[in-house]
Design a protein around this ligand. Structure first.
Ligand SMILES: Cc1ncc(COP(=O)(O)O)c(C=O)c1O
Length: 420
């Protein structure tokens, strides 16, 4: 750590190291001992164990699109908590949340809840395999779909070779490459799973539609992983923004309002394979259940969140601050002669120290990561908390003044990066 830790901060690090591998609960490693533990978070601000309050551009890694501890969410949680926090049977918040998602998501005719995004993508792939009676799935190099085996090839130890044999890795934004994959393996492919914006790489024009068309022509299922884009880049997510409708889509983050909740939504003939009445009756029956799936507390938080977002003004505001930050960072980089790619839609902002095309996934994957860390550390010193190797997550709680503050921090931190 390059910032000197106080005695109290060192004690926190020791406490964390004693229980968590690497002292962290995720893979996100704090850059200073003073930002290893969160004390509280409100709106667009987060208070850390160093006693400082930071402008939060991490926002819980994405769920907190309307801000931390939003009064409507707190109220919904309090009300639901007094009625019980877990039933294993449907609840009013769960039905209302499902109805809202089905109303707003173009591909959604039915849905099943899960608790995490990884479970949602795992079950979407299973539904596709069961429906098509095929084993192979296609995913794109550099994509992230959660921590399960089918999504983590090359990124973790512990995956059996038999799993790897069922996964074909293709190149994002390479239509010819995907056509080639289908011409070689077409009859074996159950599904193609894609992040509509892969990490921070936008889709090339026509790429998402081509995925859907190729799947349809070859009897495979198209799955959009909208865990980041859903309800964020537009009310109807990437399907609305890019005007493409897949067979299935996965949701997480925002729809749980900061509590663990995720979903698979899509065509009813696919989702209906998870009808438990089919168990023992239909060989294509898909097991899709979990103790906490559709948990009423999480559903109440998600519903309160979507009720706030269900207003075109929300998306106008999110786009406005997103554009202001993207434009501002680009201008600062240009002024300082720094080669920087800035991408994003709505409240998402991706930053890469590199040159090249934004739609080339290597522009992000092969960018200079140490400069990104230097920038993050510089921003922390200026009072701005970021996880730039993921992306900047803005929220409705961030104001024009916050963007000005962030840009001033970027001005100083980019200078440090240029001279380091
Ligand atoms: C696109 C995408 N899919 C899936 C996941 C996995 O979600 P979870 O972390 O809830 O398992 C994530 C998480 O960041 C994600 O960004």
């Amino acid at each position: 750590m390059s910032v000197e830790a106080s005695v109290a901060e060192t004690a926190v690090i020791q406490q964390l190291d004693a229980v968590f591998p690497g002292g962290v609960i995720s893979t996100f490693t704090p850059l200073t001992a003073g930002t290893a533990l969160v004390e509280s978070a409100h709106g667009g601000r987060i208070s850390m164990n160093d006693g400082r309050e930071y402008l939060d551009l991490v926002m819980g890694s994405g769920p907190m699109l309307i801000g931390h501890a939003h009064p409507a969410v707190v109220e919904a949680l309090q009300q639901q908590a007094t009625r019980g926090t877990q039933y294993y049977v449907a609840s009013r918040p769960a039905i209302e949340l499902a109805e809202k998602i089905i109303d707003s998501v173009p591909c959604a005719e039915r849905l099943k809840f899960a608790s995490t995004g990884a479970e949602a993508t795992l079950h979407a792939l299973r539904l596709a395999r069961a429906y098509t009676s095929r084993a192979k799935i296609v995913r794109f190099r550099g994509a992230y779909h959660g921590g399960h085996d089918y999504a983590m090839l090359d990124a973790t130890a512990g995956i059996p070779p038999a799993i790897a044999e069922t996964v074909i890795t293709a190149e994002f934004n390479d239509i010819a490459g995907l056509e080639e994959v289908f011409s070689t393996h077409g009859a074996e492919i159950a599904a193609v799973i894609v992040e509509p914006i892969q990490r921070n790489t936008p889709p090339a024009p026509g790429f998402l539609q081509r995925i859907v068309d190729l799947c349809r022509a070859n009897g495979a299922i198209s799955i959009f992983d909208e865990i980041v884009t859903g309800f964020r880049i537009a009310w109807g997510g990437a399907q609305e923004r890019y005007n493409v409708v897949p067979d299935l889509a996965t949701y997480g983050k925002i729809i749980g309002g900061g509590l663990p909740l995720a979903a698979v939504a899509g065509r009813s003939d696919l989702l209906d394979l998870a009808d438990p009445h089919l168990n023992g009756q239909d060989e294509r029956y898909v097991y899709f259940s979990g103790t906490l799936n559709g948990n009423p507390l999480a559903a109440a938080a998600g519903l309160a969140t979507l009720e706030i977002l269900d207003d075109p003004a929300s998306y106008t505001a999110l786009l406005h601050i997103g554009e202001a930050l993207r434009t501002g960072i680009r201008e600062l980089a240009e002024e300082q002669g720094i080669e920087l790619i800035v991408t994003g839609e709505g409240p998402l902002v991706g930053i890469a120290f590199n040159t090249g095309e934004a739609t080339d996934p290597d522009t992000f994957m092969k960018a200079d990561k140490s400069k990104l860390k230097t920038l993050e550390l510089g921003l922390l010193r200026e009072g701005v908390f970021t996880n730039l190797s993921a992306r900047v997550y803005l929220s409705l709680a961030h104001t024009d003044l916050d963007i000005e503050y962030a840009l001033e921090a970027f001005r100083h931190a980019l200078t440090d990066t240029a001279i380091s």
